[in-house]
Design a protein around this ligand. Structure first.
Ligand code: HEM
Ligand SMILES: *[C@@H]1O[C@H](CO)[C@@H](O)[C@H](O)[C@H]1NC(C)=O
Ligand SMILES: *[C@@H]1O[C@H](CO)[C@@H](O)[C@H](O)[C@H]1NC(C)=O
Ligand SMILES: CC(=O)N[C@H]1CO[C@H](CO)[C@@H](O)[C@@H]1O
Length: 690
């Protein structure tokens, strides 16, 4: 129990997650070597997720594949398969489990396996997927806790593609199951989603919402807001897939590669369970799922590029399908090929003919099945693996080489620098008072600036999809270095470059940045922060972009806490980190620190928050934070609405009060939160094998 000790001190009643992180196999060999004796293991899911269920190397994927292949062809009376295979049905399950992912905050996706629960299971787009889950129950029971639902669903979809002759790159295991569906609430429609970001005009929702339409996982198949105009559907497709992290090529490969298989279900107008009569009522050929009816190709259980061939071959004509919804079929005058009597398209399929870039890709794939195979295999793997995080988090025997979307990092150096020597060099800078180059007198507080740099570098981490974090030191590179919050960090890096160049081997920027922050904090009076080395430097700056879409500081603070994976106690405690007045000034705020001693780590910040009366000023920082000024005794102090959120929110406030009273408690909780964040992306980076 990582946080058990301090949490027990803190509160008996408030529910705070303690990570069951001390399981020894999550601790890599490297960490075992560098980790100080007696320090608990940190598994990256430091804060929230339930315990480690997942492929973990212990499930025999060959045997699982065999079981699944048998399952695909064994029809069950409660939901008979189409065309002698459940394969396509399971591809849809995996895609929907997955398709809720959004790059804006990393939420959604199959990790967590929340498609088993409300709200996801009740989304209209997920109609009848409860049957697909039911079909998988016996397999889940056989493999038990060693196989998470998230991994099972993703592996089943991948196996279905393979079993029907489709191209497959491999499988990245390691998803962990949530215990309920709550983490999907911010995806909407829900009160939580409303608070984070409203969608005033349905159909035109913007980031962080994934789809343009609340209540859809992705694109309305019948066209924008149900209007069957293929041209109008194009922007919906483009923006929805972009929000999932997909470019045009990946989008077209995924839609047509997926629709190489299976069919839509909408046998009659009466709705689910009501079509037909007798023992077949509502099932099999009488099924109603989306309310559309038809298949995209003549061979729906065999991998082909016929989806693209058919799109180009026929003159697609709008008609009302048996389910009463608008669909497209070949013109009456078209000469149909054998097998093609039942081919149909949705408005969102025909849309691919009505955009020049999409059309070019449709033509490419119709002419070149190898190109489609290459792109589909890659895009499917990305679709189902992205929210697992960096490639180093993938588990199991079929993990392919790291892919670009996983932002791979170089291998760590064979031998790490002597960190004690580096510490000594950093301490020398901290005790000297040389100015930051080009920054005049304001630069004298190196400690606070070192802390700021380490914090900014690590705080991009998000537990939702395990991207971001200090590893890689992407704060040195565009686009991350250009974000408004990071103004001035290049100067701090310049100060550190003298130390960096002293250790040409074995000292990465990423380690140096973290160590500088920790040495500064310890220097300022923090308890030891348990530095762990082994980070490496990335060559690109791809990291999650700042979430700038909030309109309410309290909501922003609570959401940030969740996305980063912190408990409220740790989120609040970390706000006590040293803050630099020169950084405040760079951001356009009053250059006055909150505390009387910038270079001392203390609980002053919380006292000051509580003891002052705060009035708004007209000043807005470069990052959009609203400045407040203290009104009352003594010299004025400046904070922002991001600081005040900690006393506006009642739960946060209770911790502010505790920390203001008890500096020792603050120390303990701070060290836990800080150390965990600095390592959040480090363990996954290492070899997880036991
Ligand atoms: C613009 C995006 C997409 C739209 C609008 C769309 C729409 C639909 C609809 C309406 C159905 C019928 C559900 C039913 O009635 O049973 C369906 C089925 C299916 N979709 Fe998609 N889809 C999209 C993208 C994808 C992607 C990216 C994949 C996978 C890579 C995929 C794979 C499938 C499969 C395999 C089925 C058949 C399921 C079965 O046979 O039971 N779709 N899709
Ligand atoms: C589609 O219609 C055009 C004329 O509108 C015709 O020339 C063409 O042959 C048709 N396509 C097929 C596949 O029949
Ligand atoms: C911000 O959100 C909180 C929590 O939902 C709410 O209590 C508060 O009134 C909101 N503040 C503003 C200024 O809208
Ligand atoms: C594992 C999983 O299901 N997550 C994926 C869901 O879809 C997005 C779309 O790109 C992927 O990036 C996620 O990895």
């Amino acid at each position: 129990m990582l946080f058990a000790s301090s949490i027990a001190l803190l509160l008996a009643s408030t529910a705070v997650h303690t990570a069951s992180a001390a399981c020894p196999h999550m601790l890599s060999r490297r960490d075992a070597r560098v980790l100080p004796q007696g320090h608990p293991a940190v598994d990256g899911s430091i804060f929230a997720r339930d315990n480690a269920q997942g492929v973990q190397g212990s499930v025999d994927l060959n045997s699982l594949e065999k079981d699944l292949t048998k399952l695909f062809t064994t029809s069950q009376p409660f939901w008979p398969h189409d065309f002698d295979s459940y394969g396509p049905f399971f591809i849809r399950l995996a895609w929907h489990c997955n398709g809720s992912y959004r790059v804006s905050d990393g939420r959604g996706g199959c990790d967590g396996g929340r498609i088993r629960f409300a709200p996801e299971l009740t989304w209209a787009d997920n109609a009848n997927l409860d049957k697909a889950l039911k079909l998988l129950e016996p397999v889940k029971a056989k493999y038990g806790a060693a196989l998470s639902w998230g991994d099972l669903i993703s592996f089943t979809g991948t196996t279905a593609i393979k079993s029907m002759g489709g191209p497959v790159l491999g499988f990245c295991g390691g998803r962990k199951d949530d215990q309920n569906g709550d983490a999907s609430l911010p995806l909407g429609p829900s009160a939580q989603q409303q608070a984070i970001h409203e969608c005033p005009i349905n159909g035109e929702c913007t980031a962080p919402l994934g789809p343009t339409t609340i209540g859809l996982i992705y694109v309305n198949p019948a066209g924008h807001m149900g209007v069957p105009n293929p041209v109008g559907s194009v922007p919906d497709i483009r923006s929805t897939f972009k929000n999932m992290g997909m470019d045009d090529r990946e989008t077209v490969a995924l839609i047509g590669g997926g629709h190489a298989f299976g069919k839509t279900h909408g046998a009659c107008k009466l709705g689910p369970g009501k079509c037909g009569s007798g023992p077949d009522k509502g099932i099999g050929r009488n099924a109603f799922t989306s309310g559309f009816e038809g298949q995209w190709t003549g061979t729906p259980t065999r991998w082909t590029n016929d989806y693209y061939v058919n799109l180009l071959k026929y003159n697609w004509t709008l008609f009302e399908g048996p389910g009463g919804n608008p669909q497209w079929k070949p013109a009456a005058t078209d000469k149909l090929d054998a097998d093609d009597a039942h081919v149909r398209m949705l408005t969102a399929d025909v849309a691919l003919l009505h955009d020049p870039v999409y059309l070019k890709l449709v033509k490419e794939y119709a002419a070149d099945v190898k190109s489609l195979e290459n792109d589909f295999a890659r895009s499917w793997y990305k679709l189902v693996s992205r929210d697992v995080g960096p490639a180093t988090r993938c588990q199991g025997s079929r993990v392919p080489p790291p892919q670009p979307f996983q932002n791979p990092l170089p291998a760590p150096p064979a031998k790490l620098a002597n960190f004690d020597a580096v510490r000594a060099d950093l301490a020398k800078i901290l005790t000297g008072k040389a100015a930051i180059p080009g920054d005049g007198a304001l630069g004298q507080y190196y400690g606070a600036l070192f802390v700021e740099l380490a914090w900014r570098s690590a705080a991009t981490f998000r537990i939702t999809d395990h991207f971001g974090g200090a590893n890689g030191a992407r704060i040195r590179l565009s686009p991350e270095k250009d974000y408004a919050d990071n103004v001035g960090m290049d100067k701090v890096l310049e100060v550190l470059s003298a130390v960096k160049s002293k250790y040409p081997d074995g000292l990465s920027w990423a380690d140096l940045i973290v160590l500088a922050g920790e040495v500064a904090l310890e220097h300022a009076g923090s308890k030891p922060l348990h530095f762990i080395g082994g980070r490496v430097d990335a060559v690109d700056g791809e990291n999650p972009a700042p979430r700038t879409y909030y309109s309410n500081a309290t909501v922003a603070a609570r959401d940030t806490m969740q996305v980063m994976g912190f408990t409220p106690a740790h989120y609040v405690a970390l706000a006590a980190r040293l803050r630099s007045p020169s950084q405040q000034a760079r951001l356009g705020l009053g250059a006055k620190t909150y505390t009387s001693h910038v270079d001392a780590f203390s609980n002053d910040y919380f006292k000051i928050l509580l003891q002052n009366h705060w009035v708004p000023t007209d000043v807005v920082s470069k990052t959009g934070a609203k400045q407040y000024k203290s009104d009352g005794y003594g010299e004025p102090r400046f904070v922002t609405d991001a600081d005040l959120a900690l006393i506006w929110d009642p739960e946060f406030r209770s911790f502010v009060e505790k920390f203001a009273q008890d500096g020792q408690l603050l120390q303990t909780v701070f060290v836990e939160g800080w150390s965990a964040l600095m390592k959040a992306d480090l363990v996954g980076h290492n070899d997880l094998a036991m």
